[in-house]
Structures are given as structure tokens and as C-alpha cells.
Design a protein around this ligand. Structure first.
Ligand SMILES: Cc1ncc(COP(=O)(O)O)c(C=O)c1O
Length: 402
């Protein structure tokens, strides 16, 4: 007898390009922190579609706003004004301290925009600078510019040559950074918490070195907050926790809580060097995307979710440290902040994912040895304890296989 799952897999195998190695799970519905497969089995979602579903699934306010906007006006293009882009840009400016926004549709596009604006800044100043400094273990996206500042050889190699003017430095090594940044550096790009690289927050010492390097050379600082931004770490942006003042910030993922929208946030100093026609995208900042993002930011910052991240984040951390203590032979380190956590294991963590799914909890492996946890901001204490209890059981089964 063929199942729904068999049908889905067979059709994809014929017609969807094989770029994604999927888990053996077909999800058809979501509500709050839970996802459901075709047989109605329930899963706690501790991944949020890789840091996207900040409001969880089927959030009533977001569903209402999207439906209402779809019935009013979805898209007009950037040839005309509409009322929502300015409202969203103003809200992002209040949260970030960067007064201008350029809207796009994904994280990688937000980084492309930041890289281009950095080049444009130096070009307008009449002293073009080509070079970028990026970090080992960084991930900034799959388009050519973003890939050029992404360190992982596995992602890069088949597509080379990439931008030839990128220097990589060891993450959290202030001396390496200082040596790499010069008056040829257009910008340094860094994730304040490296996400794909294994949930590694930058250290205060490294943040201080970033600031000094920028002050010394004039290099711009691009903070990639695509994964860490918009409340996930307990701060609107993690660069704020590090005391940094970036010239450009990229956001995506949580901004639309599932509706695709990204943005580059821009200091006035950089904005002043950009001209009409320098950059653009057809969909960027359409009414549907902006309405979704405005609703998401209201829920996070006006309706208590940012506080929930801090409060439940503390419970999350405590329970994770407990789990680490009871699996000492297999858990090496717990890293993160707010509701962005990584459990770094002593060996490849791939086996934990199916063991967790079997127990009704969705997690992901990154950087080979790290179990990544990016739950929705709406998660409660009780749900945290239940879901992490299941992860604990999955780790016990994984540990027993060693
Ligand atoms: C820090 C960071 N930057 C950029 C991206 C790329 O975003 P997208 O997949 O929306 O293009 C990601 C995606 O995982 C990310 O984690």
C-alpha cells in the first residue's frame, strides 16, 4: 500500500530539483508551536523553519493581516508609493538605530544589498575599495556575493571563481581580525551570533576589535542579523548586546514569520552615497510582505513576545544545561542566547535528528556536531520543558548508539 508520504516523495523525485536532502517527514499543518504530519502526528517545532516562524504557525493576527491585505492590494511594484513601506522602515529604524531600509525577499538578498551599498559608499567617496573581510564558519547565503563571503568550501567550491577580494579571519580571534583589516577594506561582514556555523556568539573582545578596526581604517561594518535579529536573542539585535554600531544590517527570516521578506538597514552616512537606480528588486517591500512584517514586529515588540523570549529563554537555557550535564560523554558545550541555542556534541550529530523526530520534536543539525534550536518566540515554559524532555530522550538513545 502506498502512503501519502510515498506519493509526495515520488512526485518530488521526478519534478523537484534535488538540491535539498529532506528528512523523511511530510508536514501538512501547523498551530502555535506544533506541526502535524499527514497522519495527524504532532511534533513540537524547535526549529521554526530555520528561525523563521517567530509567531509560530497559523498565528491568528498574522493570518488575519495577510488575508485582509490579500483582499485589498498585494503588489504594485516600486514604481509607486504605497502606505506600508515607510511604516515598516520607520519601525525597523526605531528598533535598530539605522534610519533607512531597502526591502528585498530573503536573507541572501539583504546581504547582497549590504555588500553593494558598501562598495557604492567608497565609489561615491572617490576612493573605491574592493575588499571584504569575513569570518571563518560564516554563512551569508547562496547568491554570488553572499556566497563569496561565506566560508564553507563545500558551498563555495563548485561555483568558483567567486569574488576574489575576500579575506577570511578566524572567528573570535581579535589579532587575526586586526591584521586583516586595512585601508583597502570596504567592509567587514559578521554574524553577531554565527548561526549555520554552530550558534557561536561573538565575544566582547572580538566585538571591541571590530570596532577598533573600523575606527582605524574607515571600513564599514555589516552585521548579518538574518538569523539572530528581531528579538530572537532577547535583544532586538545582537549587535546591541555587543555594543556595536554597524553601518549596515541585514535582516530576513523572522521578519515575515513565513511570508518572504528581507531588508538591508542603512546608516545615514551610507544612505547619503546611494543614488536612484543603484539597486532594486521587483517584489521588494510589496504591500503583502510589509503588512506581514508590521504585524510580526507588533506582536514581538508591542504584545509581549520579546519579554517571552527573555523569560522562557532563561528556562530553555537552564534545561539545556541540565541535559548537557546528564549527557556529559556526548554534549561538549551549550551556546546561545534568548531562544537561539546550540548543543555542541562530541561527534556528528546527524543521528539525533531522526531520534528527535521519532519522539515528536523537530530540531536540526548544523556545523556537523551542533544540534540547533530556534523555537518560535511564543513557546511557553511548559512547552519548553515537554519538548526538551523529548530531546533529552533522543540524546539518550543517540548516546546509547556510541
Ligand atoms: C546569518 C544568515 N545570513 C543569511 C542567510 C541567508 O538567508 P536566505 O536563506 O533567506 O537567503 C542565512 C540563512 O540561513 C543566515 O542564517
Amino acid at each position: 500500500m502506498t502512503t501519502v508520504m510515498d506519493d509526495v516523495v515520488a512526485r518530488e523525485t521526478r519534478h523537484v530539483l534535488q538540491t535539498y536532502k529532506r528528512n523523511a517527514l511530510t508536514l501538512v499543518r501547523g498551530e502555535g508551536t506544533r506541526l502535524y504530519d499527514g497522519d495527524g502526528k504532532e511534533y513540537y517545532d524547535l526549529l521554526s523553519g530555520i528561525g523563521v516562524a517567530a509567531l509560530g504557525h497559523s498565528h491568528p493576527a498574522l493570518a488575519r493581516a495577510v488575508a485582509d491585505q490579500a483582499q485589498t492590494l498585494i503588489h504594485t511594484s516600486n514604481l509607486f508609493f504605497h502606505p506600508l513601506q515607510g511604516q515598516l522602515a520607520q519601525r525597523l529604524a526605531e528598533l535598530s538605530g539605522l534610519p533607512r531600509a531597502f526591502f528585498c525577499n530573503s536573507g541572501t538578498e539583504a546581504n547582497e544589498a549590504c555588500l553593494k551599498f558598501a562598495r557604492r559608499y567608497w565609489y561615491t567617496k572617490g576612493e573605491p575599495r574592493a575588499e571584504f573581510v569575513a569570518l571563518d564558519e560564516s554563512f551569508h547565503g547562496r547568491t554570488f556575493g553572499s556566497l563569496s563571503v561565506t566560508s564553507d568550501e563545500h558551498y563555495r567550491q563548485p561555483f568558483e571563481p567567486l569574488l576574489p577580494t575576500v579575506k577570511f579571519v578566524k572567528t573570535n580571534d581579535p589579532a587575526a581580525l586586526t591584521a586583516a583589516v586595512s585601508k583597502s577594506t570596504a567592509a567587514i561582514i559578521a554574524e553577531p551570533v554565527l548561526g549555520e556555523g554552530g550558534i557561536r556568539p561573538l565575544t566582547p573582545e572580538f566585538a571591541a576589535a571590530l570596532k577598533t578596526a573600523c575606527d582605524r581604517t574607515g571600513a564599514l561594518l555589516i552585521a548579518d542579523e538574518v538569523q539572530s535579529g528581531l528579538g530572537r536573542t532577547g535583544y532586538p539585535f545582537y549587535f546591541q548586546a555587543l555594543g556595536l554600531t554597524p553601518h549596515l544590517v541585514s535582516v530576513g527570516k523572522a521578519l515575515g514569520s513565513g511570508v518572504p521578506v528581507g531588508a538591508a538597514l542603512i546608516s545615514q552616512q551610507v544612505a547619503d552615497t546611494i543614488s536612484y537606480g543603484d539597486h532594486g528588486t521587483t517584489y521588494g517591500g510589496n504591500l503583502l510582505a510589509c503588512r506581514a512584517a508590521i504585524t510580526v514586529l507588533e506582536e514581538i515588540f508591542d504584545h509581549g513576545l520579546a519579554e517571552n523570549v527573555k523569560r522562557v529563554g532563561a528556562v530553555f537555557e537552564q534545561r539545556l544545561r541540565g541535559i548537557a550535564a546528564s549527557h556529559r560523554t556526548c554534549v561538549k558545550e551549550v551556546r546561545g542566547a534568548g531562544l537561539m541555542w546550540g548543543l555542541d556534541l562530541t561527534r556528528d550529530a546527524a543521528g539525533v535528528v531522526p531520534a528527535a523526530i521519532e519522539r515528536g520534536v523537530i530540531v536540526n543539525r548544523t556545523a556537523e556536531t551542533v544540534i540547533r534550536l530556534l523555537p518560535p518566540f511564543i513557546i511557553t515554559e511548559a512547552e519548553t520543558l515537554e519538548a526538551l524532555g523529548r530531546l533529552d530522550a533522543a540524546l539518550a538513545a543517540f548516546g546509547a548508539q556510541a
